[in-house]
Write a protein that binds this ligand. Structure first.
Ligand SMILES: *Cc1c(COP(=O)(O)O)cnc(C)c1O
Length: 403
């Protein structure tokens, strides 16, 4: 067993690197979670999180839970057994949110994304237009499908819902996009947002949240699903969270405050630009490798390729996990694995959170070495292409249309 010296390059698309500042903020003695210091911290942090979500109308409810907990909270609070929801199915995470809904006795209809592409808003509109009796209670969309590295069109799906005048609620999972690229709860007409701590927010796993607006709150008052831990009615007073089900996740709030300080100091739009630039460099690198039958970017549509991670599809007959194992064991570079149907076919390079250019270049160089050592076909020069992309101006993303 060799000893790994130097930095470990953690390039997972969640959890992500935790800045020392966040770790240090969390490392402190317990305080009374009903006392004035914590209550002020809680109120302030939940209020500031609204800035990242771009909402003034909604409010945030936090949980001591992984992202799966916030999924549970969204389904438990909004619906009754037998309610129908339309899930925009586009990979492992949207499938699992749908599974949560089924477990609560909901009827799940699916509109599937075309293979290796983003959800088509027109397909959503078509499905809703056919539902003249308005039996579909909500549309569920994952903004950034972390299994495929494809971003899905949040504003455009809302526009499609409006076009056919369908009253369904709109639920969006932003766990792996929040604080990495643009999300606008109010402007895009999102009624409930699911978020988590361990991705763009740079914290450890274990805190998640839902942001809800007045329509979602109203729905929760009529919903009949069983709920205890997730029950908003026990946590919310006067349109804000004042309680947890049990002890508050105290250290997470200190960590959240440090993370929000860091995001604010950099500026949210600059955080987005940094992610876009790192993503462009990663994609340029993978495109270079792809020549001559090498691994390729999973997303077939460059516009839909995620700014927070790149899923890399390896050539048929080659094992993506072999590359991951070599990168981890010989080069201390940890990569995400292929999930669900993509296991062994895909490795995922996370480029979100607390990351800079040399960290990315170091990781890409090591992956290029690992490709060769795994005997996987690829063209060389990926890192060179990434460097060229870092020299180029940051491309402006096509602006999402207003809802
Ligand atoms: C990571 C992730 C989740 C699940 O979060 P956990 O904290 O692992 O439960 C849900 N949705 C998306 C889009 C994610 O990336």
């Amino acid at each position: 067993m060799s000893v790994a010296r130097g930095w470990q390059f953690f390039m997972h698309p969640g959890p992500t690197n935790i800045p020392h500042r966040v770790l240090q903020a969390m490392q402190r003695p317990a305080v009374d979670f009903t006392g004035p210091e914590f209550v002020a911290l809680r109120d302030r942090s939940l209020e500031r999180l609204k800035g990242v979500l771009k909402t003034r109308q909604g409010f945030v409810i936090a949980y001591a839970a992984s992202g799966h907990g916030a999924w549970d909270a969204s389904i438990a609070n909004l619906f009754s057994p037998g309610d129908k929801v339309l899930v925009c199915q586009a990979g492992f995470f949207s499938e699992n949110w749908a599974a949560t809904a089924r477990q609560y006795g909901l009827e799940v209809e699916v509109v599937a994304a075309p293979d290796r592409r983003a959800i088509d808003p027109n397909a959503v509109a078509e499905r809703l237009a056919a539902d003249t009796a308005h039996t579909i209670k909500a549309v569920l969309l994952v903004q950034n499908e972390t299994a495929t590295g494809i971003r899905h069109p949040v504003a455009e799906v809302r526009a499609a819902m409006n076009r056919v005048r369908h009253p369904a609620l709109y639920l969006v999972d932003t766990i792996s996009s929040l604080a990495s690229y643009d999300f606008r709860m109010d402007e895009w007409g999102v009624d409930l947002v699911v978020g988590g701590s361990q991705k763009g927010l740079m914290m450890p796993p274990g805190m998640s949240f839902t942001a809800i607006n007045a329509r979602a709150w109203e729905a929760s008052q009529k919903a009949r699903n069983p709920r205890r831990y997730w029950d908003w009615r026990g946590m919310v007073e006067g349109g804000r969270q004042v309680r947890f089900c049990g002890t508050a996740p105290i250290p997470y709030f200190y960590g959240l405050e440090a993370a929000l300080d860091m995001i604010e100091e950099e500026g949210l739009e600059n955080v987005f630009a940094r992610h876009r630039r790192l993503a462009q460099a990663t994609r340029a690198c993978v495109r270079a490798w792809s020549h001559g039958g090498g691994p390729e970017i999973y997303s077939l549509d460059p516009e839909a390729a995620s700014d927070s991670l790149t899923a890399v599809l390896t050539p048929a007959g080659h094992d993506a996990d072999r590359v991951r194992a070599i990168a981890a064991e010989r080069y201390s570079v940890a990569l995400g694995r292929g999930l669900g149907a993509l296991q062994g076919r895909v490795f995922r390079i996370g480029h979100m959170g607390d990351l800079n250019k040399p960290m990315l270049l170091g990781a890409l160089g090591a992956i290029e070495l690992a490709l060769a050592e795994a005997g996987m076909p690829h063209a060389r020069g990926g890192v060179e292409a990434a460097m060229d992309a870092l020299r180029a101006p940051v491309a402006v993303r096509k602006a999402a249309i207003a809802a």
